[in-house]
Every structure is written in C-alpha cells, then in structure tokens.
Design a protein around this ligand. Structure first.
Ligand SMILES: O=C(O)c1ccc(O)c(O)c1
Ligand SMILES: [Mg+2]
Length: 595
C-alpha cells in the first residue's frame, strides 16, 4: 500500500517538509496550496525536488467554494480553476482536491452542484487532471461523505470522484460502513487523521486538534477496512492540522506519522512490522548523576544496598528485592542534572523486540556501549530515554557487574512499580504511540491534572499483568522544573513501615499539608487511627472499586525523586487525584529550599 502525507501535517519550509517525508519513508505527498505559495521554488523546481527525493505528488489541495453558485460566479470559479490546473501540470500533480463549499452564496441544490462539478471535471480532464470532491464537516450544504458521493454519482463524469477524509466522517458520527456502497474506483483519494474526542466546534477541532491515527479517539482502522473493501487502491494519506505539529521539527513528526501508518497497516491486516514482544518486567532503571553521594544517601535510606559495581565503568548497582537502580557517574551531566537516562526492560526475545522497534522507526543504539560490555539490544524513545531489551539469562547485563561486599538490603521494597517519565511538551502523543506500538503496551486514557502553575497531562502505558507500567506526563509550562522531574515508584507491601524506616534512616519525605488529610476524612471511612498515621507520616491515599493506593514521595535530587507505593491488588491507578497536592508540595519544598 502506498503511503502519503499532506505537507500541512509537517512544519517548516516546503523543502524541509518534503525532505522529512522522504526520509521517513513516505511514497508521496499532498501539496497544500499555502505551502507552495510560500515557497521560493517554482512549481517545476518543486516537481524536480520531489522526484529527486523519490516522492510522487499525489494531490494538490484545496480548491474551495467552487460549486452550487450562480452562473456568473461559477464562470469566475472556472477561471480560477484553470489557473490551478495549469499550475498542477507544472507541478506534476494529477489529482486536485475540491472541498465542499462554505460560501454563503452557495445554494442548497444538489443538481446544480453536480452539474457544475461535472463541468469542472470536464475542464480538468483537458489537463489530464482528476477532481476529488470532499465533504468538509462544516460544509455549508454538503457536510457528509454520503452526500458528497450522491452528488459525484449524479454528476457522472469519469474525471470526478470523491475524497474520503476520516476526520470529516468520524467527527460527525457518520457510520463508515456506507463507504462500501461507493465503487472503489470512484474513491479518488483517502485522507486519514485521528482526533481526541472532547466535544468542540467541528471547524476548530479539525483545524487545530487532528492527530495521527492511533493518537486520538477515532476508529480510523475500522474506516480504512471499509475503504479497502471497495477495492480502493490509492495511497493512505495523512492529513493532520495540528498546532503542536506546526511548532515541532518536521523530521521527528514525519517519523511519528510513518509509525502511525505502519501501526494502522498492521491493524487492518496489511503488511506490518514483526509482531510485538511485550516486556515482562523492569530489569533496571539507570540514573546519571554528577555526584553519587546524595543519591547513595537517598537509596541507602530507602533500604537499597549497593550490591555490585560495573567492571569497566563508574556505575553502581543498588538493589532491594527485585528493584534495581544503576547509578552512573561516568557521563557528563550538569551539576544539578541527575536524571533517569535508561530503562532496562526484561524481554522474552530481546532481538525480536529490537527488530520490531527498528521496523517502527525507533532509533537503534549501538549494541555494545564499551569494549567488554555484554551486547544489549537498545533503542531510543522519543524523549531520548534509552530502552534496553534485556534477556532474563544471568549472563546478560548483570554479568558486566562484579558483586561487592554489602550489608543486606531492607525487606521493604519488592520491585519497581512504575516509572513516571516526563515528556517534552510537543512529544506527548508521539510518546504514547511509541510505547504502545514499539513495546506492545496498552495505553490508558489520558488524564489532566491541575498543577498549581499549569496543567499536567498524564497517560499510562502498561503490560497486561502490570509488571511494566510507565506513566508518561507532560507539563503545560515548559520551563517549570518541578513538573519536569522524573520519578521511580517503588512497590512495597507496607508503605507506612517503609516510610517510617526511611525517616528513621535520615530520609526526608515530602511534607503533605494538613488540609489534604482533613479532606480525606471527609471522603473516605478509615479504621481507628489509620488516618492519623497517614497524617503523621505524610501518606497520600486514593481508593476506587478495586481497592486502595497508599503512597508518599522523597525529596527531589536534580531531576529525579522516588515514590514509595502500596497498591491493593487490582488497583490500577497512579494516584492522579493526589498529583495536584504532590506538585504543590514540591513547588513549596523548592521555594523553601531557596529555589
Ligand atoms: O480545513 C480545511 O479548510 C480543509 C482543507 C482541505 C482538507 O482536505 C480538509 O480536510 C480540510
Ligand atoms: Mg481533508
């Protein structure tokens, strides 16, 4: 199946857009008129550039407000169209998109629309051009795909077909099954976009909030299945209008877009990447730090023991239960730059996991980072976090480490419950799709959390048994360090005991305001003394029909903090309801610490 992308779906100059689309592996492009108008290249030069890049020009778009108008207006419209057909010939584009009219002068007269579109198609045919008529969801008289098709059918011209756009169809709640009534050869083009589902004005929704398939709430794959059953054999083309995309670099966007189409092709049963290899646990989390001391003190107080040291590099392994933290002082990081740089994922088939990742355009990292290291398959996530696919055999990554003498770890922490990874603000949808597609994880709905200084969005991805959970978050204020910290949540069976042990060992928990616990008293019933304990220790609490979540947080070091967490079996949440209190407390702690 050929793939294509509209230039409006990528940012930058036309040259940057074309280059990004070609590099990401698209076969063709839709050239959006404004991109051409703003380009310093002549149509011939654009055509040559596309050819050099191996791209076909699959569509020129859009022609607007053409049909169902009084005769003298239509004559002017035809003159305008002739100019564009001339231009398209120079550009090497053979299909033009005509959107249904939004002109207040247009009349509600299908026969007139059909007649004029037929005349337009006749003119187009003289230039060897086909006309694809698309119903805009906010079209003045034609706003549904079946209505547009009825007009095309009535016009009955070989150079006139319809263009289907998943946004316009699904945003209006139309049943895409009716697509199968359209002969495939009359579907001249297929544009795909997803979108989130909050209700809003359809034009605003379309112009600002479209996203790539798999990143919103539409069943785009279901629609494509209907289209393919008609015999349609044109490209699957992405047409996404999105403010974030406009502000992001074209290269990564094009890769994200291609990944979305690869996933879609897998979903509709067309050729796709190798099957997912779902990780079965966290092997380790690796922190980079300029100074091991504060982290060592924190990990020690949390009950971790420094159990081993890397044979060739300044990396320590800290362990407690099945929770393993690598502390790496060998990389160049800023003084306050402690951060989570890598995640080891236990994988039943590391090479297979890497093959799928590569097929889905994840950047593959060198298998051996230093001479003597055990070779490990690794890829980079969109935020730069390195993901290592670790086998479960003992001669894997652990063999690079030599045991050191150590006191026994405390019994409190059992394993890593989840990682919370903050994403650059413009990579949020991409990150969710990446983790879903590349790692085969399931994504929960995204939740918005009020942060005292903005809004925090969070979306969790996890495997079926919850042994791998990653909360992807993004802050609204790109400069706010507090929301940019990442954290490692540690699972314990008794968070009160673990928190007390931490305090007794000199650890400091994030102080939680009394108002929070007063409110808990109003919301939940507690056993005698239970709430007093939470208040005294600083435990946050949440409960749903699957049980309770009890948790607390350490202070932040650089860009990393830890959470101690006790989850009733069945509780799948992350304490989102408590996040505003946690964020406010972190802001306050930072202010009191002098910035
Ligand atoms: O928002 C628009 O005007 C517009 C233009 C062309 C399209 O293909 C489309 O789906 C929307
Ligand atoms: Mg469209």
């Amino acid at each position: 199946m050929r793939t294509s992308i509209a230039t409006v779906s990528l940012s930058g100059s036309l040259t940057e857009k074309l280059t990004a689309a070609a590099r990401a592996g698209f076969d063709g492009v839709e050239i959006f008129e404004n991109d051409l108008l703003a380009a310093p290249l002549s149509p011939e030069e654009v055509r040559a550039r596309c050819a050099d890049l191996g791209l076909t020009v699959d569509l020129y778009q859009p022609l607007r407000d053409i049909e169902a108008v009084p005769a003298e207006v239509f004559a002017r419209n035809l003159r305008r169209a002739r100019h564009k057909f001339d231009l398209m010939r120079r550009l090497g584009a053979d299909t033009v998109l005509v959107c249904s009219s939004v002109d207040p002068a247009a009349v509600d007269d299908d026969a007139l629309a059909a007649g004029q579109l037929s005349e337009l198609a006749g003119l187009a045919a003289d230039f060897g051009i086909r006309v694809a008529y698309e119903a805009l969801a906010w079209g003045r008289h034609v706003s549904t795909y079946d209505h547009a098709w009825r007009i095309v059918e009535a016009a009955d011209h070989p150079a006139l077909g319809t263009c289907l756009d998943s946004f316009h169809i699904l945003s209006r709640g139309c049943d895409p099954e009716g697509i199968e009534d359209i002969p495939g050869e009359k579907i001249f083009f297929l544009q795909l976009a997803d979108a989130p589902l909050p209700a809003m004005d359809v034009l605003q929704w379309s112009r600002h909030h479209r996203c790539f398939p798999g990143q919103g709430g539409f069943d785009v794959a279901g629609l494509v299945r209907h289209v393919l059953r008609t015999g349609y054999d044109g490209p699957l083309s992405l047409e996404v209008f999105n403010d974030v995309v406009r502000q992001s670099e074209a290269g990564p966007t094009a890769v994200d877009a291609r990944r979305s189409l690869l996933m879609l092709q897998e979903e509709v049963g067309a050729a796709g990447p190798p099957a997912p290899v779902v990780p079965t646990g966290f092997a380790f989390a690796e922190l980079l730090t300029p100074d091991a001391e504060p982290l060592a003190a924190l990990l020690g107080a949390l009950g971790f023991a420094r159990t081993a040291r890397h044979r060739g590099k300044p990396v320590d392994l800290w362990q407690q239960g099945e929770a393993r933290i690598l502390v790496n002082t060998g990389a160049a990081v800023r003084r306050d730059g402690t951060r989570l740089a890598a995640v080891g994922l236990e994988s039943p088939d590391p090479a297979g996991a890497a093959r799928r990742a590569e097929a889905l355009l994840a950047p593959v990292l060198p298998r051996r980072r230093a001479p003597g290291d055990a070779p490990l398959d690794a890829v980079a996530a969109p935020d730069g976090t390195e993901l290592f696919f670790c086998g479960t055999r003992p001669d894997g990554w652990r063999a690079d480490f030599e045991d050191v003498e150590h006191a026994p770890a405390a019994p409190g922490v059992r394993h890593i419950d989840h990682l919370a990874l903050t994403q650059p603000w413009h990579h949020f949808d991409e990150a969710a799709l990446f983790h879903r597609s590349v790692l085969g994880l399931r994504a929960e709905d995204s939740v918005d959390v009020a942060d005292p200084y903005g809004l925090l969005r969070s979306r969790a991805v996890s495997n079926a048994d919850g042994s791998v959970r990653i909360a992807l978050t993004v802050g609204a204020a790109p400069t706010d360090d507090t929301v940019h910290a990442q954290h490692i949540a540690l699972a314990t069976d008794d968070v009160v005991a673990a928190a007390r042990r931490f305090r007794d060992a000199g650890g400091r928990l994030l102080p939680i305001p009394a108002n929070y616990h007063d409110d808990l008293a109003a919301r939940h019933d507690f056993a005698d003394g239970e709430l007093d304990t939470y208040r005294e220790v600083g435990i946050l609490y949440d409960r749903d029909e699957h049980g309770a979540l009890r948790h607390c947080y350490t202070r932040t070091i650089g860009g990393v903090f830890f959470e101690l967490l006790q989850r009733d079996p069945g509780h799948r949440g992350y304490g989102a309801r408590n996040a505003p209190v946690r964020l406010a407390a972190q802001h306050a702690a930072r202010t009191h610490a002098g910035g």
